[in-house]
Structure formats: C-alpha cells, structure tokens
Design a protein around this ligand. Structure first.
Ligand SMILES: Nc1nc2c(ncn2[C@@H]2O[C@H](COP(=O)(O)OP(=O)(O)OP(=O)(O)O)[C@@H](O)[C@H]2O)c(=O)[nH]1
Length: 267
C-alpha cells in the first residue's frame, strides 16, 4: 500500500512552499517522501521533483500550439493527464515502492476541486493502485482577516471536500503573517452566534437567512476546521504532518501521537 497527500488550494495559497518545507522537514528526520509536480505551468522548484507532469505535457507548448490562454491551456493539460492515467501515470507510479509516500503539488485553478472531474478521476486511479490518499487544502491566513473572506474560504474548502470525497485536512497557511492572534482564536473555534452577527453587519438584510444557514453550517456541523501552519516552527509542521499521517493510517505501528504536540510551542 502507498500513501499520498494531494496538496490543493487557491493560487498562491502556499502549496509549493508547503511541499518544500515538508520535504526538508522529512529529510531532517530521515523520512523518505517524494514530491510530484502536477502543475504544468510550474517553473521553479525548491524541492527535488520526483515525477513531473511537464514530462507528459507543458503549458507553454499547449498555449503556443493550440493558441489557448493560460487558464484554458492548464485545463487542457489536466484533461490530457486524465486521458493518460492508465499509461503515463501508471508507468510513473511503477517507479515507486509499495509503501512509498507521495506528495502531489497541484495547480491552484479552483475549478479543479469544485466541478471539473479531473482530480476526482486522478484520485480514483491512485486508489485503484492501493494508495491511501488525503486531500490537504491550503488556505492563506489572510482569509481570517474578516468574516466574509473566512466564510468564502470555508465554502471553497467544503466544495473540495464534497467533490473529492477524501479524508481532508484544512490548513491555514502563512501563519507568520498573522499579527493579531485574537483573529486566530475567533476563527479556529467559530461560534454561529458571533459569525452571524458579524455577517449581518457586512451584508444587506435580505441575506439574513442565508447568513444564518452559513454560520450554522460552519459552527454546528464542524464541517470545516482549519489547522494553523507556521513554517518557521518545526513543531507546527510536525503537527500538521501527524494529522495527515493519521488520516491515511501512515505509521500506525509507529504509534503516532498527535496529542503530544503543542504546535504553538517554540522549537
Ligand atoms: N510569509 C509567508 N509567505 C509564504 C508562505 N508560504 C508561501 N508564501 C509565499 O506565498 C507566495 C505563493 O507561494 P507558493 O508556494 O508559490 O503558492 P502556490 O499555492 O504553490 O501557488 P500556485 O502554484 O500559483 O498555485 C510566494 O511568494 C511564497 O513565498 C508562508 O508560510 N509565509
């Protein structure tokens, strides 16, 4: 059985930086992970790329040869990947050992995890190859600066959860940029009553019922929870990794104890 993280989230949310930090963290622990680039538009990497979609197709070639723009070109590349799951991807996966741990650095186009079936079919393929897969959804911490951004972040994450149907860990990235730690407590344990009152202040009265439904969805059903990630702190990376490992049952024999970590403690 293999293990895989599918690292998704909006453009610029910090996916590649997360992959790079995770790689360094694991390297220091002498733990082997492989990072796979699934972004046909990527140019620079701070981690060793183990498998690269650009060997199958590159965005520049598609834009030049088909006259497509960056977004249309990217979707074309991803559909090409979908068409090649049983040959190119299957062959690439044969290069890994049975219990290898792969981290897929995905493009940030939101349609990939809202309604286009490419990633879903990609995941089905991984599952058929006996991979335990976890979706790791990154959201920029700037989304917790006001309630409307926060709700929109929750809804985009929720849409990925519904679309991909995978064990799912939501990460609040770039925590080093959060100056007001009060924001953090407020949004990490949101209360429907407080969310609703804030939403109502921001929006016209006719949205009252919608606001109530959204606030209750976030609070009462605990459908969307975010784990803060501060890449400056090894313990924060370790905490996030332990949560993900737990979801995909990696290292069960190694007795993973996520409760033992205090992610806010200094290293
Ligand atoms: N301060 C701070 N900046 C970060 C952090 N993570 C990423 N960034 C910056 O955010 C920008 C985007 O980071 P990327 O890792 O390229 O984001 P991405 O999600 O891979 O972006 P796309 O490939 O465009 O989808 C870069 O300028 C990073 O340096 C972080 O933890 N803290």
């Amino acid at each position: 059985m293999g293990y895989a993280q599918l690292v998704i989230g909006p453009a610029g949310s910090g996916k590649s930086t997360y992959c790079s930090s995770l790689y360094q963290h694991c390297e220091a622990l002498r733990r082997r992970i492989h990072i796979v680039n699934l972004d046909p538009a990527a140019e620079h990497f701070d981690y060793p790329v183990s498998t690269d979609i650009r060997e199958l197709i590159s965005l520049d070639d598609v834009m030049e040869e088909l006259g497509l723009g960056p977004n249309g070109g990217l979707m074309y590349c991803m559909e090409h990947l979908e068409d090649n799951l049983d040959d190119w991807l299957a062959e690439e996966l044969e290069n890994y050992l049975d219990d290898d741990y792969l981290v897929f650095d995905c493009p940030g186009q939101i349609e990939l995890f809202t309604h286009v079936p490419v990633l879903r079919n990609f995941i089905e393929h991984l599952k058929r190859k006996s991979f335990n897969v976890c979706a790791v959804y990154l959201l920029d911490s700037q989304f917790i600066t006001d309630v409307t951004k926060y709700i929109s972040g929750c809804m985009s994450s929720l849409s990925a959860m519904v679309q991909l149907e995978l064990p799912h860990v939501n990460i609040l990235s770039k925590m080093d940029l959060v100056k007001n730690k009060k924001d953090l407590d407020y949004y990490l344990e949101p209360e429907a009553r407080v969310l609703l009152s804030e939403l109502n202040q921001h929006m016209a009265p006719q949205y009252g019922k919608l606001n109530k439904a959204l606030a209750e969805l976030v609070d009462e059903f605990s459908m969307v929870n975010f784990v803060p990630l501060d890449l400056r702190k090894e313990k924060s990376i370790q905490y996030v990794l332990s949560m993900i490992d737990n979801c995909i049952q990696y290292g069960e024999d190694a007795d993973v104890k996520i409760r033992d970590f205090d992610p806010d403690a200094d290293d």
